[in-house]
Design a protein around this ligand. Sequence first.
Ligand SMILES: [Zn+2]
Length: 399
Amino acid sequence: MPTESAFLLAGLLFVAAALGYIFAKFGDTDEEDIPSEKLSSDYMKGLNYVLNEESDRAVEVFTRMAELDDEALETHFALGSLFRKRGEVDRAIRVHENLIARPALTAAQKNQAEAALADDFLSAGLFDRAESMFLTLCDSPEFRLQGLERLCRIYEVTRDWQRAVETSRALDKARAKKSIAAEDTAHVAHYYCEMAEQAWQQKDTQQAYAMLKQAESGHRRTVRSLLVRADILSDTDKPGDAAQLYREAIEASPDLLVVVLPKLAAAHRTAGTAAELSTYLHELPERDGETTAAIAMAAVRDPAIENPEALGALQNFVASDSTLGQLVGAERFAKVDETQRLSIINQVRDALRNIITARPGYVCRECGYSCLIMQWQCPGCHKWESIRPIVKINLVSSS
Ligand SMILES: [Zn+2]
């Protein structure tokens, strides 16, 4: 959803464009004539309607204007963009369709209006119409980059991963032609991981492995392919091999420990090698208290984790946090026997689970978007692999 500041910015951009147009008209004393004054008066009226949030009247005034010079055209684009950013997509569509219908537009202006209309369709979720317009726009050299970028987005949203791969490759080529650096993310590897997961859901092992091989063949890779491989091994009764890959994934991306540990613990339980997990957790390097916190968070989230090393990490995590330690009476841990200690830890983790499950457990490092479940692509900024688990427990809700 657009923020209030986005509305304000879009509004300011529109007002700046409209005022620029009006001042240009009034300041142009050499060519002052009645039609331009009429034009300016229409603009003042339209602008007034926009400022008073009478959007329908504003659209009516602007689309009724008979003639448009370049500055008036820019104002129309600003108005359309303002409506789209405010979520008033139907009005943006009316403004842009009105522009496209004008026979006096140059080919470049028509393309610009079509690109704006295609963006409206994209915002409205009318993906078929947006796709067909962007495909046509890709034939125009000025709009090829924008067209391919938007098509990638459409194929991501519609989960058409094969087309997303092809379009992304075409986009890299188009960027290289203009000496623009390719995007520095492993999004293509994620497209292949998505296809691998789809194939595995349909129990097509051969296709799943073929897609994983593709994911791992590019120079921008993702730890996700290791995790998908491990999940497949885990599902095919090879928990020992799966555990090995989960450990490799943690080594490659220690900040995913909260996500991977429940899977690793399950693999060790199935393989009957719980002692190995204890040794592994005990030897994990501590990173500014983050490792203990991540193991503790995984133990809180997954009640099936009974590993003594993980529960010990949870105890240390609670005791090292002054508020949590005070709240649960962490000093009791030293005064009770082992059975009582485990009983207290389990009560504490049940209580903590009740607190954290209702709150976002994951946050995007790029835009701050927070969510309840782990996602590989941020729904807020659409970046891949930017979401990471939150490894602290706030007792006071921020909402
Ligand atoms: Zn984000």
